[in-house]
Design a protein around this ligand. Sequence first.
Ligand code: GLN
Length: 277
Amino acid sequence: MKSSKMLKVVSLVSASILSMGILAGCGSSSKKVSTDAVNNSSEVLTDKGSNQAQSDNVIVMGTNAEFEPFEYRDGLEITGFDVEIAKKIAEKLGKELVIEDMAFDTLIMALNSDKVDFIAAGMTATDERKTQVDFSDSYFKSQQMIIVKADDTTITTADDLAGKKVGVQLGTTGDLFVSTTEEIAEVAQFQAGTQAVMDLKNGKIDAVVIDAEPAKKMTEGQSDLKLLDAPFIEEEYAIAVKKGNDEILAAINETLAAIKADGTYDEIYAKYFDVAQ
Ligand code: GLN
């Protein structure tokens, strides 16, 4: 069964992916979910212990530094668009920014157990996550995109993922889409999008579903890969805080408004992206 609904661009601000009803009613899934990739991951997750979020003079950002250009490692340093915005938030609060790098799917847990003060991780503000955390105002618009091998002629839109083996980053909105789309034959979940792309290059999977900007970075200069010009879900990124932490949420929203008003946001934007949005 092919569904034209898959091509529909849906705003996640008003509707969670789960409530989109994509391919709903197709019966129970027989999809194989492969998490081997995750279990065998050789990623080093820097986890500097607890209680940092309690300290008076530091503010702790939780992230997953596998998401260039939003957060990534440049040598020993973690840098990127989100990091620069987080620095402005820390400045506003008069605190030093500390970054905790961890698996994407553990971020909300870390926030809710006070291990981090906020999450800046290219995180989409979905309705589902809104039941677990409070989100700031949106600071970036994104889309889900598809990466395939350059010589692939069978996949040109999201509909064509039917029957295919698709790689995603564990716990992301791309994962949610692929995992809940019955017609996709298999989902391979990885800790990092780059690992999924590696398996695509090696022919172990047929496609990777991931956010637009990291997708552009991962395919840049890669002649054996192709980024499909067929974005299929629109999303908005926001910074997450623990539910009820209104003080920090206000500081974040004020910082976002201030840097948008005084041109700082545009300056940071121009460092990491092609066109101002
Ligand atoms: N925007 C996606 C999500 O929120 C992916 C984020 C990420 O991989 N860092 O799930």
